[in-house]
Design a protein around this ligand. Structure first.
Ligand code: SF4
Length: 494
């Protein structure tokens, strides 16, 4: 979902990481859907820290919602708020959103969105990005739609309103057949919980069930870690192109779209998903460790210590250490309590930058040849600062090993990426990047190596399952229509 935002100062949030934009959650058949949803969203907070919202329904009070800026723990824990959200069915959303500093976020952009239809109300929460949203929005406005937000996700509500179908799920199918791009959606009516994933299955969506002793409710969530927190059992992923509708404790599965070869986001395995989640039948932690092992094979170097850039580089650093036999150590310590405290930082606080969150373990790195393992290099600004800190602490050599291929293309499927010219790998060769970062060596895992690590032994064999890897390869599984209208050039065929 695309919308503007205002940005509290975060020293590691300087456009130097790709950011997942949203997490979604839904539950039905429980005594307090809001409590479960708040817990689920708390587990998904890494997918969006800017704002969150919950919508619930119960027969006595109808639909109710709370949508606020900030963390789930600050907004959905007090009795007075949770008392306003009664009911056995509910959905929720946490968001990050795109395009930092271009304006002020409005609360109207915070999901879930709600629409009142002839057959009753419906709320939706969307993770992903609609790549033809501009064209749809123009068309809808021409036909009389009045938009309440700047979000691409709102197009879905208006397309549903224009459908002539007699039920909400059928109207959703109609609407989503017009939509291009990536969508994992959790929606609800008075009695139905609905989950849909786009035909390519770009963004994840999982299905779970709560123990019968706890009420036996059904759960939909972006990741399995949101099932774990409420004690729900992971049943399966909602499949690419599938819509599940849950009502009266019964689940029906629908296939509203033309089948396509799935292209799930490979970056979920590298960075976005939590390491304790299961995706594509694999533990994210194990995959990241395998990436580190693969990286050690592809890019060995003689050194004294393997250190992660915490926290996201940690499993890959462990894998690199295990495969290379070079000891693993915490050469950089992260301050876990930093949060997004400095909403209006002074100049002196701004200048401290990365040091507010990361500190070098000086006694450990002094005089040592250090392999630093990080998940990605986007603009390279943080990598440069970390290298300076390590060298200031007396390290003899710094070798960067990166657990993803060079990020040379922007993502248009629900991930916040700088413009292409701001991506280091879009304008520099690997050697130029090494020199720019000022490190002794720099190596990225290859795309084939990444495919091997996520379990596709055949690498990028066209007969093997494929992923979306557009931010590395420039091969977009769905043409970004709106961006191309604005002049974005696709990679020329080789
Ligand atoms: S472009 Fe990159 S981040 Fe975006 S969906 Fe594809 S692999 Fe994931």
């Amino acid at each position: 979902m695309t919308a503007w935002r205002s940005t509290p100062f975060d020293p590691l949030d300087d456009d130097d990481k790709l950011r997942e934009e949203c997490g979604v959650f839904g539950v039905t058949g429980v005594s307090s859907a809001a409590n479960f949803t708040a817990l689920g969203l708390h587990a998904l907070q890494h997918r969006g820290q800017e704002a969150g919202g919950i919508v619930v329904h119960d027969p006595e009070h109808g639909f109710n919602s709370v949508r606020r800026f900030g963390y789930v723990r600050d907004n959905f824990t007090t009795q007075d708020v949770m008392d306003t959200l009664p009911g056995p069915i509910g959905i929720g959303h946490v968001r990050y959103s795109t395009s930092g500093s271009k304006g002020a976020t409005a609360i109207r952009d915070v999901q879930p969105f709600f629409g009142e239809f002839a057959m009753g109300g419906a709320a939706i929460a969307h993770n992903g990005n609609i790549t033809n949203a501009d064209a749809l929005r123009r068309e809808l406005i021409d036909h009389g739609s009045i938009f309440q937000s700047s979000s691409d996700s709102e197009c879905i509500i208006h397309l549903m309103a224009r459908s002539l179908q007699k039920s909400i799920p059928e109207r959703m199918k109609d609407a989503l057949r017009r939509v291009e791009g990536a969508f994992s959606i959790v929606a609800m009516t008075r009695h139905k919980l609905i989950g849909v994933r786009d035909p390519l299955g770009v963004r994840p969506l999982v299905l779970g069930q709560i123990d019968a002793a706890e009420g036996g409710g059904w759960v939909l969530a972006s990741e399995t870690c949101a099932l774990d927190i409420i004690g729900a059992e992971f049943l399966r992923e909602v499949e690419p192109g599938e819509m599940v509708v849950i009502e009266d404790d019964k689940l029906t599965s629908h296939r509203p779209f033309e089948p396509k070869r799935p292209r799930a986001c490979i970056f979920e395995h590298v960075y976005f998903s939590r390491p304790d989640s299961i995706l594509g039948g694999q533990s994210i932690y194990s995959t990241r460790e395998a990436i580190g092992r693969e990286l050690a094979k592809e890019a060995p170097v003689d050194a004294d210590l393997v250190c992660p850039v915490p926290d996201s580089g940690t499993p890959a650093a462990i894998g690199y250490s295990l495969a290379s036999g070079i000891p693993y150590a915490m050469g950089i310590i992260r301050n876990q309590y930093m949060g997004r405290t400095f909403i209006e930082p002074t100049e002196s606080i701004r200048n401290m930058g990365v040091r507010l969150k990361l500190n070098v373990n000086r006694a450990l790195v002094r005089g040592k040849r250090i392999i630093l393992v990080d998940d990605s290099v986007v603009r390279g600004t943080t990598s440069r600062k970390i290298k300076e800190m390590i060298l200031d602490a007396g390290a003899a050599e710094v070798h960067f090993r990166i657990a993803s291929p060079p990020t040379a293309w922007p993502c248009f499927y629900g991930v916040d990426t700088p413009q292409r010219e701001k991506l280091l790998a879009a304008t520099m060769t690997e050697e130029e990047m090494r020199s720019h970062l000022g490190v002794d060596s720099l190596r990225f895992i290859t795309l084939d190596g990444l495919y091997r690590a996520v379990g596709e032994a055949k690498g990028r064999d066209p007969d093997a399952p494929q992923y979306c890897d557009a931010c590395f390869s420039g091969e977009y599984p769905v043409e970004p229509a709106d961006q191309m209208e604005k002049g974005f050039q696709l990679k020329a065929a080789e």
